[in-house]
Design a protein around this ligand. Structure first.
Ligand SMILES: O=C(O)CCC(=O)C(=O)O
Ligand SMILES: [Fe+2]
Length: 206
């Protein structure tokens, strides 16, 4: 299947079932490079404990989420990170062209979940964060196996789905869907982000 066909499938699935799994979105070679960059960042102290809520409502709570994050943007020095941002930009453009979602921007970060951490059931689009429309997660776990945990559970009215966080896989889902990162028994790597219906510099506005 070529990229155009894959895109059409992604668009269909996002509108009909609310999510789409895109395997090998990033090559295994590039996964290795991204993990190396995340490890460097983590060792040099640029990863911070992730919180919940925004601005004044921001709080840290290990009982809710246990990951460490590093925000990624156009100032990032790594070519491979820039390539990934470009891919997401293209994806955003074609979602707009085909689904009229009015996506204006996106925000994204590396996430590392240490062993025995999780992110409890939540939605990404909520009162204080109403501009997230499509969530995306690129998984970077080489040799991930059943039993390592860290699956993403997606909750629908009539069913649950568990997505394995395997290397190179991009998961797309509607940000209002309830989801949860189940307990990870291994260190778990990913790049998580959100496509927004407002420019990032303006998301503090209603
Ligand atoms: O890493 C994942 O599978 C999802 C992460 C997530 O739900 C979030 O950061 O909001
Ligand atoms: Fe989430």
């Amino acid at each position: 299947m070529n990229t155009k066909e894959k895109l059409e499938l992604a668009i269909d699935h996002l509108s009909e079932v609310g999510y789409f799994v895109w395997d090998n979105f990033v090559s295994q070679d590039n996964v290795k490079k991204l993990v190396a960059i995340a490890n460097q960042g983590s060792q040099s102290g640029v990863f911070k404990k992730a919180g919940i809520g925004k601005q004044a409502l921001f709080q840290l709570d290990k009982g809710i989420r246990g990951d460490y994050i590093q925000w990624l943007d156009r100032n990032n020095q790594s070519e491979i990170v820039q390539d990934f941002l470009n891919e997401i930009e293209l994806l955003k453009t074609s979602l707009n062209e085909n689904c009229y979602l009015g996506l204006k921007d996106f925000e994204t970060h590396f996430a590392i979940y240490p062993e025995h951490t999780f992110y409890k059931r939540h939605v990404d689009r909520f009162q204080q964060n109403a501009h997230r429309v499509i969530s995306f997660v690129l998984y970077l776990n080489e040799n991930w196996q059943e039993g390592h945990g860290g699956e993403l559970a997606l909750y629908f009215d009539d069913k649950d789905e568990k997505i394995q966080p395997v290397a190179g896989r991009l998961l797309l889902f509607r940000s209002e869907l309830e989801h949860e990162v189940l307990m990870s028994y291994r260190k778990r790597y990913s790049i998580t982000g959100w496509m927004l219906d407002k420019d990032m510099s303006l998301t503090f506005l209603p």
